[in-house]
Design a protein around this ligand. Structure first.
Ligand code: FAD
Length: 480
C-alpha cells in the first residue's frame, strides 16, 4: 500500500493552500482531485475576501483589527458563528490577503471597500479580484504547480476519494481512491487525511436531508456533491449547521426545469446599487418584504420564511421602459428568448391574466398592486414601509419574473474543533481526520447569515495553517 504523511482530498480553495504548505514543510503529500483540473469553486466564486490588517488597508489609514472583524461577523450573524474557530482564522486573514498580493493577485483597485451584496461590514475590509475567484486561482495556481512538482508531492487528478480507512479506536489511517473513469481502486495509508472536498450545493437529496427539506436552487459547482461529508459521517463524525440555512436574495433558473443559477444572470436586487421599481410577491400575491430594505439580511430572512423560497418580481411595460435594467447580465438575445418561452418569465394582460399565469390569488394580487399605487401617489403609506415608490404598476400588460432564494454555500458540515480535527457528537476528536472549507459547513463561521469573504478567506487561511502544522508534525513519518 502506498503511504503518505498527508492526503488532501480536493484541490480547491482550501485544499490547494493546504497542500502547498504541507509540501513546503517537507511532508510527503498526496492530493486527490476528482476533476481533471484543480481550482474547485474558485472557478465560479465571486472570490470576495475579508481580513483586517492587510498592508493595503493599513496604507489607506483604515482603522481595523481582528477583534473588530470578529465583533462585526458576530453582529451580522447574530452570534450564530463559531467564535473559537473565528478566533483561529480571523487574526491570520489580513496576512492571507498580503500573501495573495505577493503571489500576484490582481485586486480590484477599489479595495478594500464596504460591499452591500451581503450585509455590510462597518469597516472597509472586503477585497476581490478583477476576475473574481479566478483572480485568486490565477495567483495560487503557479505556486500549487511548483509544489506538486516537488519530489515529496503527488497530484492525482480525475481521481476520487471514496472511503476512509480506519484502524484501532476508529482512528483514520488512510483513504481508498478510484479513478473517475472507472479504473481499479487503491488503498492509501496516511498519517493524516484532510477533507477539503467542499459543500453539497450540487446534491439535491443531500441538501434536503441536511437542510430541513428546503428546495435547492444553486450556483454551486457540479463537483460539490458532499462526498467528503458523507465519508466523515461514515467514520462517526457529527454533522452540524442543519438549522442555519439562509438563502441568497435571489436568482432565476437559467434553463426551464433546471435548478441551476448562472451567477452572471443574477438580477439587480441590491437597493444600494439599483433601487427597486418592481414589487416582490409571494406565491399567493402578498408583498412579503420591503423591497428597498438596505439590510440584505432582513430581506434574506423574509425570503427564508417562505417555504418554497420563491417569489415573483412584478412590473409592467411602463416600468420596463422607465427603470434601469433589472437583468443587466442577460444579453438582448437571452432576454428575447426568455420572454418568449422561459416559464419563469410571464407576460399577461390585466390583473386576472397575471394571476392566472402565475397562480397567485387574484384578489390578493389586486390588493398588493392597489396598495403600492397608493404609496406611489402619496395617499397612503406603503404597507411594507418601502420608501422608493417611483411609479405605480398599472398594466394593462403586466410582467413577472420568478425568483428563487439561492445557495452559494451549504450550511451544514463536519463538526471540527479549533484545530480542524473532525469530531464525534460527544466532542471527541477522530484521530487522523481533519476538515477544512465548506466541508465544515458554510454556517460554522458565517452562522445564519452571509458575511463577506467568510467562506473563501477562512478556506485559504485555515488551509495554509493546517497544511503547515500537519506538514511540520508528520514530515518523514510515512514509509517510502
Ligand atoms: C457563485 C458563487 C459565489 C461565491 N462567492 C463567494 C464570495 O465572494 N466570498 C466567499 O467567501 N465565498 C463565496 N462563495 C463560497 C465559496 O466560494 C466556497 O464556499 C469555497 O470556495 C469552497 O471552498 P472549498 O475548498 O471548501 O471547496 P471547493 O473550492 O469547491 O473545493 C473542493 C474540491 O474538492 C473536490 N472533491 C469533492 N469531493 C471529492 C472527492 N470525493 N474526491 C476528490 N475530490 C473531491 C471538488 O471537485 C473540488 O475541486 C461563493 C460560491 C459560489 C458558488
Amino acid at each position: 500500500m502506498d503511504s503518505y504523511d498527508v492526503v488532501v482530498v480536493g484541490a480547491g480553495t482550501a485544499g490547494m493552500p493546504c497542500a502547498i504548505e504541507a509540501v513546503a514543510a517537507g511532508a510527503r503529500v498526496l492530493v486527490v482531485e476528482q476533476e481533471p483540473r484543480p481550482g474547485g469553486t474558485l472557478h465560479v466564486s465571486l472570490g470576495q475576501l475579508s481580513g483586517a490588517g492587510a498592508r493595503v488597508q493599513i496604507a489607506r489609514g483604515i482603522d481595523d483589527s481582528p477583534e473588530a472583524h470578529i465583533r462585526d461577523i458576530l453582529r451580522i450573524n447574530r452570534g450564530t458563528g463559531r467564535a473559537d474557530i473565528l478566533r483561529r482564522t480571523v487574526p491570520m486573514q489580513g496576512e492571507t490577503i498580503d500573501w495573495l498580493l505577493d503571489l500576484g493577485f490582481e485586486m480590484d483597485p477599489q479595495c478594500p471597500a464596504i460591499l452591500h451584496l451581503h450585509e455590510a461590514y462597518r469597516v472597509a475590509r472586503t477585497y476581490w479580484g478583477v476576475e473574481g475567484g479566478l483572480s485568486i486561482l490565477k495567483a495560487i495556481a503557479p505556486q500549487f504547480e511548483r509544489a506538486m512538482a516537488a519530489p515529496n508531492a503527488t497530484l492525482r487528478l480525475s481521481t476520487q476519494a471514496r472511503r476512509l480507512l480506519t484502524g484501532p479506536g476508529s482512528a483514520v489511517q488512510g483513504v481508498e481512491i478510484v479513478p473517475v473513469d472507472g479504473g481499479r481502486s487503491e488503498r492509501i495509508a496516511a498519517g493524516a487525511v484532510v477533507l477539503a472536498s467542499g459543500g453539497y450545493g450540487a446534491n439535491s437529496d443531500m441538501f434536503a436531508r441536511l437542510t430541513q427539506g428546503r428546495p435547492l436552487f444553486t450556483a454551486a459547482m457540479p463537483g460539490s456533491t458532499g462526498s467528503g461529508i458523507e465519508m466523515a459521517q461514515a467514520v462517526g463524525a457529527a454533522i452540524v449547521g442543519q438549522d442555519l440555512f439562509l438563502p441568497t436574495y435571489a436568482g432565476i433558473v437559467s434553463r426551464p426545469g433546471d435548478n441551476r443559477i448562472v451567477w452572471r444572470q443574477m438580477p439587480s436586487l441590491t437597493p444600494q446599487v439599483r433601487q427597486p421599481w418592481e414589487i416582490h410577491l409571494d406565491g399567493t400575491g402578498r408583498r412579503f418584504v420591503r423591497e428597498d430594505d438596505e439590510s440584505v439580511d432582513a430581506r434574506e430572512h423574509a425570503l427564508n420564511d417562505l417555504a418554497d423560497l420563491m417569489f415573483w418580481c412584478v412590473f409592467d411595460d411602463a416600468v420596463l421602459e422607465a427603470a434601469p435594467p433589472l437583468l443587466p447580465g442577460w444579453t438582448r438575445e437571452e432576454l428575447d428568448q426568455a420572454w418568449s418561452g422561459h416559464p419563469s418569465f410571464v407576460t399577461a394582460q390585466g390583473v386576472d391574466g397575471l394571476a392566472a399565469a402565475t397562480g397567485m390569488d387574484p384578489a390578493r394580487l389586486a390588493a398588493s398592486l392597489t396598495d403600492y399605487a397608493a404609496a406611489c401617489a402619496g395617499t397612503a403609506p406603503d404597507p411594507t414601509g418601502r420608501r422608493h415608490c417611483p411609479m405605480p404598476i398599472r398594466g394593462p400588460r403586466y410582467r413577472a419574473v420568478k425568483m428563487h432564494g439561492i445557495v452559494l454555500k451549504t450550511p451544514a458540515g463536519i463538526r471540527v474543533n479549533d484545530r480542524m480535527e473532525t469530531c464525534r457528537a460527544d466532542g471527541s476528536a477522530i484521530s487522523g481526520l481533519y476538515a477544512l472549507g465548506e466541508a465544515i459547513g458554510g454556517a460554522t463561521l458565517s452562522g445564519k447569515g452571509f458575511v463577506s469573504g467568510m467562506s473563501v478567506t477562512p478556506a485559504l487561511t485555515l488551509g495554509r495553517w493546517l497544511g503547515r502544522r500537519l506538514g511540520t508534525q508528520l514530515a518523514g513519518r510515512a514509509c517510502a
